[in-house]
Design a protein around this ligand. Structure first.
Ligand code: B12
Ligand code: SF4
Ligand code: SF4
Length: 381
C-alpha cells in the first residue's frame, strides 16, 4: 500500500465531507505537554474536566495498541449570528459562548471522524483507528499543534491562519505510518491583547491558564459562585469568548460552512426571566442538543440569576422573589438573594427580610444577611 497516496486520498476525502483542516503527526509521546500537565496540577490550575490520567493523556501507546500516527481535524464555527435578537431593559438576555451555538460539536465532529475511519478502513487492509473529540484522553490542542493545524496562542487556543481560533478540534489515532506534517510557527509576537482583556486574570502568562478562575470554567460549576467572580461573569450563561474576541487573528473571521453550527438566536441569547422557572423537560427539549447543556440546567439558571443582578433588572424582582420562596435548591435561592441585593430598593428589603424569617438553610441565610447588610450600607451612604 502506498501510504503517501493514501494520505492524499484521505486529505481529498476530508474536504468532501466537510472537514475544514486536516493534519498528521506521529504517535510519539507528548513529553512537553506531560511536564505542563504535572505543573498545572501542582499549581491547582487544572479544571478537573480533563482526563485525570496524565500518562494516558501523553502516551498514545497506553490507549492504542502500536499506534503509528495521529490525524487531527478542525471544523470552523461562526462568530456572528445571521439574525439578531436584542434584550430590552425589562426583558434582558443572556449569552452562550460560540462553542455552544448550534448542534453540539461533539456529535458533529464524531460523525466526520466516523466517516473518515470508514474511508480509511476500506482502503487500508488491517487499519485500526480510535477517534476522540474533547472527552478523549488526548489533549486535542497538543495534537493539533504538532500536526500543523495552528499555533498555540497566548490565550491557549489553537489559532489557524485560515479560520482563526474559532475551530473545534478532534483526532484519530491509527496504526498507519502517515508522514507527519510540520507545526506552524507561533505568530503571537509581542501582542498581549488576550492577557489584558481577560476579566479575571485567568491567563497568568502567555499560554498558561488558571482554569479554576477562568469564566468559562466558572459558568460550568454547580455550586455557589465565589463572590469575587459574581459581577465578572456579566450576562454569560455558558462559556466565555473574550480572549478570542480580542485576538487580531480572529478579526473578520466568521465562517458558516456547517449548517449544524448555525445558532438559533433564541437559544444562543435566551431571555433570562423565563429561564428561572424552566422545567427539566423543557430545558432538555430546548437546550438538550447544544454543547452548553452538558452540566444540566442548574448552572445555567444560577448564571441567569447572576445576570439579572448584573443588569439590576427591577422588572425581575417578582421572578426572583418566587425563586427565593419556592426553589428547592439552596444555591439557586442564595444566588437570587445576591441578585436582589444588587437590584436594591425598599421592596427588595422587605422581600429579603421575609425570606430571612422563613429560610432554614445556613448558606442561603448567609447570602440573605450579606444582601441585607449591603442594602442597608448603601442606604446609609
Ligand atoms: C479542560 C478543558 C477546558 C478547561 C481548561 C482550559 C485550558 N486552557 O486548559 C476550561 C473549562 C477552562 C475550558 C475552556 C475553554 N475551552 Co476547553 N477544553 C478542555 C479540554 C477538555 C482539556 C484541555 C486541557 O487538557 N488543558 C490542559 C492544558 C495544560 O493543556 P492543553 O491546553 O490541552 O495543551 C496546550 C498546553 O499544554 C500548551 N503547553 C504545553 N506545554 C507548554 C509549555 C509552555 C511553556 C507553554 C506556554 C504552553 C505549553 O500547549 C498545548 C497545545 O496548545 C479540551 C479537550 C481536550 N480533550 O483536549 C477542551 C478544548 C481545549 N476547549 C476548547 C474550547 C473551544 C474552549 C473555550 C473557547 C470554550 C468557551 N468559549 O468558553 C474555552 C477557552 C478557554 C481558554 N482560554 O483556554 C477547544 C479548543 C479549540 C481551539 N481552537 O483551541 C477544545 C480543544 C475542545 C475541542 N475539542 O474543540 N476548556
Ligand atoms: S475564556 Fe474568558 S476568563 Fe477564560 S481565559 Fe479567556 S478571557 Fe479569561
Ligand atoms: S490576542 Fe494576541 S497574544 Fe493573544 S492569542 Fe491573539 S495574537 Fe496571541
Amino acid at each position: 500500500m502506498d501510504i503517501r497516496k493514501l494520505k492524499e486520498e484521505v486529505i481529498a476525502y476530508s474536504k468532501r465531507i466537510g472537514i475544514d483542516k486536516i493534519g498528521f503527526t506521529t504517535a510519539d509521546p507528548f513529553t512537553t505537554l506531560k511536564g505542563r500537565l504535572v505543573r498545572q496540577r501542582e499549581l491547582n490550575y487544572h479544571s478537573g474536566f480533563e482526563e485525570p490520567d496524565i500518562e494516558k493523556r501523553t502516551n498514545p501507546s497506553l490507549i492504542f495498541d502500536e499506534p503509528a500516527s495521529i490525524i487531527s481535524i478542525a471544523l470552523a464555527y461562526p462568530s456572528k449570528m445571521k439574525t439578531h435578537v436584542r434584550g430590552t431593559k425589562t426583558d434582558r438576555r443572556g449569552i452562550f459562548s460560540r462553542s455552544s451555538w448550534g448542534e453540539d460539536y461533539h456529535t458533529v465532529l464524531r460523525n466526520r471522524l466516523a466517516k473518515l475511519e470508514a474511508f480509511i478502513i476500506e482502503r487500508y487492509p488491517n487499519a485500526r483507528c480510535k477517534s476522540m473529540v474533547d472527552t478523549g484522553e488526548l489533549s486535542d490542542r497538543a495534537v493539533a499543534e504538532r500536526a500543523g493545524i495552528g499555533w498555540s496562542g497566548k490565550n491557549c487556543s489553537i489559532i489557524t491562519p485560515e479560520y482563526g481560533s474559532y475551530v473545534y478540534l478532534g483526532e484519530m489515532i491509527t496504526n498507519i505510518p502517515f508522514e507527519p506534517d510540520t507545526p506552524i510557527e507561533d505568530q503571537c509576537g509581542t501582542c498581549n491583547k488576550c492577557l489584558e482583556a481577560c476579566p479575571t486574570g485567568a491567563l497568568v502568562q502567555g499560554g498558561q491558564i488558571n482554569a479554576k478562575i477562568c469564566i468559562s470554567y466558572l459558568t460550568q460549576t454547580k455550586d455557589f459562585l465565589p463572590e469575587v467572580f459574581r459581577s465578572k461573569i456579566g450576562n454569560r450563561l455558558y462559556g466565555c469568548d473574550t480572549c478570542q474576541m480580542v485576538c487580531p487573528y480572529n478579526k473578520g473571521k466568521d465562517f458558516h460552512f456547517h449548517p449544524e453550527f448555525e445558532p438559533d438566536p433564541e437559544l444562543a441569547k435566551p431571555r433570562l426571566k423565563p429561564l428561572l422557572s424552566i422545567s427539566n423537560r423543557e430545558f432538555k427539549n430546548t437546550f438538550g442538543k447544544t454543547a452548553g447543556a452538558w452540566r444540566g440546567k442548574k448552572p445555567i439558571q444560577r448564571n441567569a440569576i447572576l445576570a439579572l443582578g448584573h443588569f439590576k433588572d427591577e422588572s425581575a424582582i417578582p421572578d426572583l422573589e418566587q425563586v427565593l420562596k419556592h426553589d428547592p435548591r439552596p444555591v439557586i435561592r442564595g444566588t437570587a438573594a445576591w441578585a436582589l441585593g444588587k437590584i436594591g430598593g425598599k421592596k427588595v428589603n422587605e422581600i429579603l427580610l421575609q425570606a430571612k424569617e422563613r429560610e432554614k438553610d445556613a448558606d442561603v441565610l448567609k447570602e440573605l444577611e450579606k444582601a441585607l447588610e449591603n442594602l442597608n450600607g448603601e442606604r446609609k451612604q
